[in-house]
Structure formats: C-alpha cells, structure tokens
Design a protein around this ligand. Structure first.
Ligand SMILES: C[S@@+](CC[C@H](N)C(=O)[O-])C[C@H]1O[C@@H](n2cnc3c(N)ncnc32)[C@H](O)[C@@H]1O
Length: 190
C-alpha cells in the first residue's frame, strides 16, 4: 500500500473514485508531471488527459515522465503551454476530474506562481464541464508570497458553491504549522 494521509495522496484517492477508463480529465497545473501520469494511468488507452502549464520546463519534464512509463501514455495526454484559464475555450468537454496543485514548480523559479484571478477562471471552467459525481481537487499553498491571497480566494469560491449541487470538503493538516498546504475537494452531486 502506498497511501499516506497527505493532501496529495488524499487528492489521488478522491480522483481515483471519480474516474473510469475512457474518461476525459484535466490537470490544470502539470508541473513535474506526477499528477498527469497518475491521471493518464487512470483514464486508460481510450481516455484523455488535458494538461496546462505556463512553463516550458514543466511540460518538457512531464514529457520525459510520460515517455518513461510502461505504456504509450503520451498518446492519451494533450499538453498545453498555456494558462489554465484557457480551459474555458474547450466548449464540448465533459470531465470526471480536474486537478489543481497550486503554487510554484518545485526546485524552480518560485516567482512563477498560480494567481487567484486565473485560478478562479479555471476552476469555474472545470465546474461548468464537470460530470455528475465528478470531482475537482485543489491543493492550496498559503505559505509562500502570494499564496495566502490565492488560498483565501479559492476558499471563498469553494464556500460559495450551492450545497444542493456540490459537496465541498476541506481536508487540513491538524498538528502542523498554521500555513501548511491543504486540500479542498468539490464533487458535483446534482
Ligand atoms: C505545484 S506545481 C504542480 C505540480 C504538479 N501537479 C506535479 O504533479 O508535479 C504548480 C505548477 O503550476 C504552474 N502554473 C503557474 N501558473 C499557472 C497558470 N496560470 N496556468 C497553468 N499552470 C500554472 C507552475 O508553472 C507549476 O509548474
């Protein structure tokens, strides 16, 4: 068993429950490609993963990870060197999951971070395309410069969602420093 009680592992477990083979899913912050590869395995050879990142370095690294996998994962993944707010341009999409791992690319330029205005546009676009029982996971990082502002905006967005249509859960580490990363999950129930 590889499960750990951490935001990223919990996000993966929630997404695993919501996604079936053949589905379309979104990785809104591709980064080093760990979530992209996870999603590519989940959707199977008939499914598709649409990924976004603003840094070429991130997409390159993700390309290597996908290439090194035990199957032809690249065929089921479309990578876009674009801000995730462009999700709004994918009009016919129906997704069963959207993963957001906010903040900056680890071991890289810490000033290139996700920002509240575009993150909220991307979250709304995912919400509009979410299937029944589909899930959006958001790992928030309040600890870096600019992170708290974005985290607050995401919290307000999540808290304002209609409880008849969406279940919203905040999973927050309890015995650590106050600005540790944490997870928000949104599931469409109606
Ligand atoms: C914490 S990392 C993501 C980690 C990744 N999910 C993984 O599994 O390795 C956050 C990423 O968001 C990217 N990013 C920043 N602003 C963005 C935007 N507007 N649209 C899409 N990606 C963005 C950064 O370049 C960085 O690679």
């Amino acid at each position: 068993m590889n499960f750990q009680l951490r935001s990223l592992s919990i996000a993966h477990e929630w997404v695993r429950q919501a996604v079936s083979e053949g589905d379309t899913v979104i990785d809104a912050t591709v980064g080093n490609g760990h979530d992209t590869l996870f999603l590519a395995k989940l959707v199977g050879s008939e499914g598709s993963v649409i990924g976004f990142d603003v840094q070429e370095e991130a997409l390159k690294q993700t390309g290597y990870i996908l290439e090194g996998g035990d199957q032809d994962y690249q065929k089921r993944v479309q990578l876009h060197l674009k801000c995730h707010s462009h999700i709004a341009e994918f009009s016919d999409l129906q997704i069963s999951a959207g993963m957001f791992n906010l903040g900056y690319l680890p071991s890289s330029d810490k000033t290139i971070i996700t920002k509240k205005d575009t993150s909220l546009l991307a979250l709304d676009a995912c919400l509009d395309r979410l299937k029944l029982q589909g899930i959006i996971t958001i790992v928030c990082y309040p600890g870096h410069d600019g992170g708290e502002d974005e985290t607050l905006a995401v919290e307000n967005w999540a808290q304002s969602l209609d409880s008849v249509k969406f279940s919203v859960i905040k999973a927050i580490p309890f015995n650590v420093r106050s600005r540790a990363p944490y997870l928000i999950g949104v599931q469409k129930k109606k």
